[in-house]
Design a binder for this molecule. Structure first.
Ligand code: ZN
Length: 276
């Protein structure tokens, strides 16, 4: 409906910063991914707005210092951050969900967290007793204003790592979008005999297998680098009527899984060799 026209307007309205880099605190042009899914993050942080007639869903608040950049991006798209009704996230790490309570206090939005990430999220958001409006489980649906997001638990990176699925429409076709949590292994992760997370290696393996079987058309993630955002955004800027949507990239999604599984296996092998 309004999609292609809106995309053209956004190019003009977005806060384009010629010096924008891939850093966490660098601005990045706000843009429509597809349908009612918009990118409102930074050069390094993937934050997404799902707009509906009954208010919006924000996925990943990042740090408190990121909120002004997110707010600018939301405004550049013609929306209002104060209309956010639901706050969701990828996983309980500071670069994705440290500002959840901060934004909830401002907007009155509900916060929903995957059960297995509750403890980590509370530690990061001012303490053990901080309330959560809804605890999520694998496969749970979150619906607002006619849009439904599905919480796919993809553990490993954290226990409650959540990849968000949503059906989008463009040009009369329906596409499955996935906002990927992270399938990456951080350099300090212990994959062998980890007393704090004994099942970590099994969780990663299950997540790689689960992800590979998912019908993902539109691939975006909690860090733009995971899905080659700068190159895809460049394509979006030069997209002509009839060109494919650059964010439709099942092959890129599979390549991301392969890459992360290769890193996981290499780290696992090396930790086993060194007798951890
Ligand atoms: Zn993380």
């Amino acid at each position: 409906m309004r999609r292609l026209i809106l995309a053209a307007v956004l190019i003009a309205a977005a806060p384009v910063d010629g010096s924008a880099q891939g850093g966490w605190d660098d601005p990045f042009p706000a843009h429509q991914v597809m349908d009612n899914l918009y990118f409102v993050g930074t050069g390094g942080l993937g934050t997404f707005l799902v707009t509906t007639p009954e208010g919006h869903i924000l996925i990943n608040t990042d740090f408190e210092r990121t909120i002004p950049l997110i707010e600018e991006s939301v405004a550049a798209l013609g929306f209002d951050l104060d209309d956010v009704k639901i706050i969701l996230g990828s996983h309980a790490h500071g670069d994705h969900q440290a500002a959840d309570v901060f934004l909830r206090e401002r907007t009155g939005a509900q916060v929903m967290i995957m059960q297995e990430d509750v403890a980590g999220w509370q530690r990061m958001n001012r303490g053990d007793n901080i309330p959560i409006e809804r605890i999520l489980h694998d496969g749970d649906e979150v619906t607002l204003g006619g849009t439904t997001l599905v919480a796919h638990r993809t553990p490993g990176h954290t226990r409650g790592c959540t990849s968000w699925g949503v059906e989008l429409e463009e040009g009369g076709e329906t596409y499955n979008a996935l906002i990927v949590c992270s399938f990456g292994v951080n350099a300090n992760y212990v994959l062998v005999d980890n007393p704090n997370y004994p099942d970590i290696a099994d969780d990663y393996r299950a997540t790689f297998a689960k992800a590979r079987a998912m019908p993902v058309d539109v691939f975006v993630a909690s860090h733009g680098s995971f899905y080659d955002l700068p190159a895809k955004h460049e394509k979006l800027l030069h997209r002509m009527q009839g060109d494919p949507n650059p964010f439709v990239d099942h092959a890129g999604f599979l390549a991301y899984i392969d890459f992360q599984e290769g890193r996981f296996q290499a780290m696992l092998d090396s930790q086993r060799r060194s007798g951890r």
